[in-house]
Ligand binder design. Structure first.
Ligand code: NAD
Length: 320
């Protein structure tokens, strides 16, 4: 199958590309390699993918409609998997425009591209659990109201969902939006807590636990995310626009998360407690029954196993 995959040099895109190529699919990968976090990590991911048969890469900013069309020229995809985005909740308070550029204009440009593709079967794209806002009454269901985003990041992700809903109604686009819940694993993101906490513990530096450590996150291991997206790409999609939660459906306290890191690192963390951060939410908790009913799959990896795999990779890469 021919797949257009945006954000291919990112954490999730990279793992997904490897899995899809291993299954014999063809990929045109797009990414701007921006410097939100170390672009060398993105280049290293691309080197890991290497020159595999069926893989081509174009460096492009999807917020630029003409550049996007040029990057897609001559490539008629059967499935589009759109993961490129300005991620991260905290940075959206510092640089809100980057989020509107990549997540709203970028989504619009991908949708405009998609509607002209006659051979396209399925438009799959990344949304986020952050669209649920600051709630503590989980599990969150896809049918819940999502009109109180706590961050600009969340607002742009919700905007992407609404734009896609409109394109689906106007042009009959078959689309699936995936609300990911805190994804982690090897080749992950340096801006996320599992990375910065692991590095701090190994360097014997303090870690900051926000909201006095009273946060719960539905951590989802990367292989579980990849398995779900591969299934979605390969089977016949449901018509219209569907939204699916992809989460572990078992929220973990910050304390259990830190204990998992301590066990894997073989060292104690130096804990510092800090207030809740603006834009942050107290809890995330996915109801995944819709995903399971449609695709016969639900995430499985427990936090202790997943963190152990991350720490093993991190130590090898960093020599810590
Ligand atoms: N990792 C998570 O916990 C998580 C949770 C919820 C949602 N998501 C969503 O999943 C998707 C993938 O996330 P990730 O964790 O792999 O993040 P990532 O930052 O590692 O990957 C995103 C990639 O998109 C690229 N990109 C950003 N703006 C671009 C632009 N304008 N043009 C072209 N490329 C651009 C970046 O260079 C990066 O390589 C994103 O849409 C993100 O919002 C991730």
């Amino acid at each position: 199958m021919r797949i257009l995959l945006t954000g291919v040099a990112g954490f999730i895109g990279f793992h997904l590309a490897r899995a899809l190529l291993a299954r014999g699919h063809e990929i045109r990968g797009l990414d701007s390699l921006n410097s939100y976090y170390d672009p060398q990590l993105k280049r290293d991911r691309l080197s890991e993918i290497g020159d595999r048969l069926g893989f081509s890469f174009r460096e492009v900013d999807i917020a630029d409609p003409e550049a996007l069309e040029t990057a897609c020229e001559g490539y008629s995809a059967e499935v589009i998997i759109h993961l490129a985005a300005q991620a991260g909740v905290r940075y959206s308070l510092i640089n809100p425009r980057a989020y509107v550029d990549s997540n709203v204009h970028g989504q619009l440009n991908l949708l405009e591209h998609a509607r002209t593709q006659s051979g396209l079967r399925h438009f799959i794209y990344a949304s986020s659990s952050s669209v649920y806002g600051d709630r503590s009454d989980g599990p969150f269901r896809e049918t819940d109201r999502c009109d109180a985003p706590a961050s600009i990041y969340a607002a742009t992700k919700r905007s992407g969902e609404l734009l896609t809903e409109t394109y689906s109604r106007l042009y009959g686009l078959t689309a699936s939006g995936l609300r990911f819940f805190t994804v982690y694993g090897p080749w992950g993101r340096p801006d996320m807590a599992y990375w910065s906490f692991t590095e701090a513990v190994l360097r014997e530096r303090p870690i900051q636990l926000f909201n006095g450590g009273q946060l719960r996150r539905d951590f989802t291991y990367i292989d579980d995310i990849v398995e779900a997206i591969v299934r979605m790409a390969e089977v016949d999609p449901e018509a219209g626009h569907q939204i699916y939660n992809i989460g572990n459906s078992s929220p973990v306290t910050l304390d259990r998360f830190v204990r998992a890191i301590e066990t894997s690192c073989g060292r104690k963390a130096i804990r510092e407690y800090a207030p809740m951060q603006p834009g942050d939410v107290g809890e995330t908790y996915a109801d995944v029954s819709k995903l399971e009913a449609r695709y016969g799959y639900r995430p499985q990896v427990a936090i202790e196993d997943g963190i152990d795999r991350f720490v093993t990779w991190f130590r090898r890469r960093s020599d810590l």
